[in-house]
Write a protein that binds this ligand. Structure first.
Ligand code: CA
Ligand code: CA
Ligand code: CA
Length: 220
């Protein structure tokens, strides 16, 4: 019995070493209007999931402050909170820019919320300032591949921002999905079209480097 216990302990230790030995490295992608391809990762620039930023949502030339505290998103004018995300949402990431290409700035929020059966589903929402108030101006329906991280950038240099996403590689995988893909999406007028999707990998820390080169960390 004691020997069995020792063997189990050794097996656990070996497993621990295997997990520790998993190495992380950065990979990068550049894109044109059709596709993306791997490039040498630049030395600088990785953003963790969004925590704070500033952008002019109201259009008066003065940026609002956008904070992600825990899984809550807040919009402030000076010290005054003018909007806060629904308590039922779990906002896992956000990006600031013009995701719907209408010349106004908004917040693209990657959030998970319970459906009617109480199951967490992933949605991309666009939050903007319209009619004198901050509100959801576009609420995407539940996506098949859950969204874990997001960014907005003009990766092909045509003057229009693309939506970048780290999403679950498998349908139905939840917030803890390890296998993910990187994808690039185009706004088409009332939603997003998939332009390109990478192979699956243990992707995290989606960010951008100089020249809107996509940078992600991948664990081997
Ligand atoms: Ca403003
Ligand atoms: Ca916009
Ligand atoms: Ca573009």
């Amino acid at each position: 019995m004691r020997r069995l216990f020792l063997a189990a302990l050794l097996a656990l230790a070996a497993l621990g070493m295997t997990i520790l030995a998993r190495t992380a490295r950065q990979v990068s992608f550049a894109c044109d209007r059709q596709t993306c391809w791997a490039v040498e990762p630049p030395a600088d620039g990785v953003d963790a999931p969004f925590t704070a930023g500033a952008i002019d949502l109201t259009g008066d030339g003065v940026p609002e402050t956008i904070l992600r505290e825990g899984e809550t998103l807040r919009v402030l004018q000076g010290d005054v909170e003018i909007w806060r995300s629904d308590p039922a949402w779990r906002v896992v990431d956000a990006a600031l820019g013009d995701p719907n290409d209408d010349g106004r700035y908004e917040i693209l929020a990657a959030l998970w919320k319970p459906d009617d059966a109480g199951v967490l589903t992933s949605h991309p929402f666009i939050i903007g300032h319209r009619g004198g108030a901050v509100k959801v101006i576009w609420g995407g329906s539940a996506v098949t591949y859950g969204i874990h991280e997001t960014a907005l950038a003009d990766v092909d240099g045509d003057g229009v921002e693309e939506l970048l996403v780290l999403e679950s590689a498998r349908p139905g995988d939840g917030l803890d999905a390890a296998q993910r893909t990187l994808s690039v999406w185009d706004w088409h007028g009332w939603g997003f079209n998939l332009r390109w999707r990478s192979e699956a990998g243990r992707y995290r820390n989606l960010g951008l480097a100089e020249g809107d080169i996509i940078v992600v960390t991948v664990e081997k």
